[in-house]
Design a protein around this ligand. Structure first.
Ligand code: ATP
Ligand code: MG
Length: 525
């Protein structure tokens, strides 16, 4: 390689510095955008999508998902929040705020001439130490202890729009997860909890149903039944309507006799299908939605009504697996496959009236039942959707406690404790490493500072007092947002899963290290 000409290497270096700086600025802008929504006194965001839809939310992952960002590192922040959502379900705002603050620290370290690799390694070291400290201050949770689980879930709900309903939603989420998993399990499959949205009523009407709920009413326009006791349920994936010709073909009907013949044929075909269904003993049909043709015609409705078979149509394809698991039955894909042993059983299938239309409930499903439904209510679309997102966060919190059965206090107590002890640890190190670890420790103070700021308190006064309290050994001291002072978070019952905090700090560090290591952007068109 030819030796660099005078000035050339300097130019290259300043270019890579520019790339790094731009990357950091773009990512920090994202963190700043969600900062105000952290904590129980955090603000909500109103998001207007391109097609005019409005979303009101406090959930970091949802806000970022809707943002249309174009800078590659800004996209990394969006991905960061998504990965926290997948890993822990909660803490999606904290993780981004933390990453933003760590990037800020990087910015200053780099400006002092420290090499990015040194910063990156020191940050990894600090992260490992931080998770160690968090694990140390964590207390074990017994998954059978319902009250403790409810406390953790209430903390997670306290920052949501629906926080005033947390006394209903928190026990509901805990019971739902405990229904599908027990304390020996190390994970819970949240797909086994189906959240059904139904507009109308208030959030207080949200309920857990041990069985199935459909937001649509029974199809009884031809006079079919709307309530069945001792139900035998067939889950049908084929259509109760006359077959269509291929696209290329057309049938030309030229006289009335032929027309009559076709109509008669159609009648016989559908009557035959309905009789076959009745022969299996089924008295309720769950009919899958069809995109090819009508799932059922008026004629089909008429025959089913005559046979006193209740029909629930427009069942989505992706619901079939959940339904079959709940009813312990097999879906029937063709008319030839109609057999009595494929039917599911339930004590009752009934249409229930709500303030905004009717719904269908299937109760008394076979035991043991490892699935559960949650009927989510809200007086308007915005509240309803936010209610659903909050329930999702609450369920994730309970799952996190199952995955890792430890909890830590909230209200920024763990971040402050880690910050203090990392600062002490930095004193045992030397040189650049010590400098970087201290910067990492100070960067974590963003969480108490933001919580205080959002609650209308003085961040500098609060953070310095917190620092003093932790130095004095009060490891559970955190910000009591409601009273506007500092208190023992454990006594205030503000607790959260260890997994949420640990995963936030790990993912944020990983993302920051990744951004730090980029020294060039190569556009490929
Ligand atoms: N009652 C409370 N008092 C003090 N701090 C609280 C209280 N409830 C929650 N917190 C703190 O608020 C922070 C969580 O805020 P928030 O729920 O808005 O964001 P997130 O969990 O990071 O993201 P998201 O919920 O949007 O996924 C945590 O640090 C938690 O300890
Ligand atoms: Mg939260």
């Amino acid at each position: 390689m030819a030796p660099a000409k005078d000035g050339e290497s300097h130019e290259n270096k300043s270019q890579t510095n520019d790339v790094r700086r731009n990357n950091i600025i773009a990512a920090k802008a994202i963190a700043d955008a969600v900062r105000t929504s952290l904590g129980p006194r955090g603000m909500d965001k109103m998001i207007q999508t391109a097609d005019g839809e409005v979303i009101i939310t406090n959930d970091g992952a949802t806000i970022l998902r809707q943002m249309s960002v174009s800078h590659p590192t800004a996209k990394m922040m969006v991905e960061l929040s998504k990965s926290q959502d997948v890993e822990a379900g909660d803490g999606t705002t904290s993780v981004v705020v933390m990453a933003g603050s760590l990037l800020n620290a990087c910015h200053q370290l780099l400006a002092r001439g420290i090499h990015p690799n040194q910063v990156s390694e020191a940050f990894q070291l600090s992260c490992n130490k931080a998770t160690e400290i968090m694990t140390e201050i964590a207390t074990p949770v017994d998954f059978n202890d319902r009250d403790t689980l409810i406390k953790c879930t209430t903390t997670s709900l306290s920052s949501k729009v629906v926080s005033q309903n947390s006394s209903l939603l928190a026990p509901l989420a805990v019971d739902a997860v405990r229904h599908i998993a027990d304390s020996q399990d190390s994970n819970a499959d949240l797909n086994m909890i189906r959240v059904v949205r139904k507009l109308g009523g208030t959030v207080d009407d949200t309920e857990m149903v041990e069985g199935l709920v459909f937001s649509q009413k029974a199809s009884s326009s031809a006079g079919g039944p709307t309530s069945i006791k001792d139900a035998k349920i067939a889950v049908l994936q084929f259509q109760l309507s006359p077959p269509k010709t291929d696209i290329e073909n057309s049938v030309i009907v030229s006289d009335y006799q032929q027309m009559d013949r076709i109509l008669k044929e159609e009648r016989n075909y559908i009557a035959d299908l309905c009789k076959k269904i009745a022969k299996t003993g089924a008295n309720v049909i769950l009919l899958q939605k069809s995109i090819l043709r009508d799932a059922i015609t008026d004629l089909g409705l008429h025959f089913l009504a005559k046979l006193k078979i209740m029909l629930i149509r427009d069942v989505e394809r992706d619901e079939i697996e959940f339904i079959c698991k709940t009813l312990q039955c097999v879906p029937i894909a063709t008319a030839d496959g109609l057999r009595a042993e494929k039917l599911g059983r339930a004590d009752s299938v009934q249409e229930v009236g709500t303030s905004d239309g009717k719904i269908v409930k299937i109760l008394g499903v076979p035991k043991p039942c490892k699935t559960v439904s949650i009927l989510c209510r809200g007086s308007n679309k915005l509240v309803l959707e936010e209610n659903e997102r909050s329930i999702h966060d609450a369920l994730c919190v309970v799952r996190s406690l199952l995955k890792r059965k430890f909890m830590i206090p909230g209200g920024s107590a763990p971040e402050m404790e880690v910050s203090f002890r990392l600062g002490e640890y930095a004193k045992t190190l030397s040189g650049v490493e010590s400098f970087c670890v201290r910067a990492f420790a100070e960067a974590l103070e963003i969480i108490p500072a933001t919580l205080a700021e959002n609650a209308g308190l003085n961040p500098i006064a609060i953070v310095s007092e917190l620092r003093l309290r932790h130095a004095a050994g009060e490891k559970y001291a955190g910000i009591n947002v409601r009273k506007g002072c500092i208190s023992n978070m454990s006594e205030e019952n503000v607790v959260q899963p260890l997994l949420v905090s640990v995963s936030a700090i790990e993912l944020a560090t990983e993302c920051v290290r990744m951004i730090l290591k980029i020294d060039g952007v190569v556009p490929v068109y």
